[in-house]
Write a protein that binds this ligand. Structure first.
Ligand SMILES: NC(=O)c1ccc[n+]([C@@H]2O[C@H](COP(=O)([O-])OP(=O)(O)OC[C@H]3O[C@@H](n4cnc5c(N)ncnc54)[C@H](OP(=O)(O)O)[C@@H]3O)[C@@H](O)[C@H]2O)c1
Length: 212
């Protein structure tokens, strides 16, 4: 497959890039700072550009046909709004539509879900209040994707960790109350799930909750 990763220098983005290369895919990493990627591979193509610059994104997206685009771009903080990332989402979605990207898979957040309260007090009371601005931005980005003509998947994990890959996680459209869940997820497991979605239509045009 031919894959493009936005946010390839991030912690999850790097795991997606590495996993896609291990699976034998051609991978284009769209980054603003190539030195942060710290990876080389014959099938890895690095494009430098600004996510807020439509011309930069359009150039890389129209250069070839991508079967899948991954969006792993995220805010550095939990408390302030980042309108620049909403604009970035508009740019990624528009250019993906115009250039017929096969599937658009984005990392959202479990906290935005209408059934997040089923995860307990943290997601019922604390997250909605403390992370109000972060949730606002996530909802706006999700809405841009949902209103698009793309074949999208919104992947909604809880808090992410840097634990190693275990392959032990669950995924579902509607949150099932189950106290055995850890309500955290390693980025390595998240990347594994996202890579599997490339060849799996189960969650096409759906929001999917995923957790360990
Ligand atoms: N952290 C959590 O617990 C958690 C929980 C649920 C969902 N999520 C979501 O999961 C995704 C990945 O999280 P992560 O912790 O792996 O991300 P991360 O390590 O913070 O990486 C964020 C990525 O976004 C890029 N980025 C941020 N602002 C940018 C800007 N203005 N212009 C261009 N690129 C920009 C960064 O580029 P640079 O490397 O150049 O800075 C980096 O590639 C995010 O969408 C996040 O919202 C996170």
């Amino acid at each position: 497959m031919n894959i493009i990763v936005f946010g390839a220098t991030g912690k999850t983005g790097r795991d997606i890039v590495a996993g896609a290369l291990n699976n034998g895919h051609q991978v284009t990493a769209f980054v603003r700072n190539p030195s942060k990627l710290s990876m080389t591979h014959p099938n890895l193509h690095v494009h430098t550009g600004e996510i807020t610059n439509m011309e930069d994104i359009d150039r890389v997206t129209k250069a070839q046909h991508y079967d899948v685009a991954y969006s792993a771009i995220g805010s550095k903080g939990m408390f302030k709004r980042e309108p620049i990332l909403i604009q970035a989402m508009h740019n990624m979605v528009k250019t993906s539509e115009q250039n017929d990207v096969g599937k658009f898979i984005h990392i959202s957040f479990a906290g935005v879900r209408s059934d997040a309260g089923k995860l307990g007090l943290l997601y019922k009371l604390i997250v909605p209040n403390v992370m109000r601005n972060l949730l606002h931005d996530h909802r706006e980005k999700d809405a841009v994707i949902k209103q698009s003509s793309l074949n999208w998947v919104l992947v909604q994990p809880p808090i992410l960790t840097v634990e190693p890959y275990s392959g032990k996680y669950v995924h579902e459209v509607h949150i099932q109350p189950d106290k055995s869940r850890k309500l955290k997820m390693s980025r390595a497991n998240l990347a594994d799930f996202m890579l599997k979605l490339a060849n799996d239509s189960t969650y096409d045009r759906k929001e999917v909750f995923v957790t360990e």
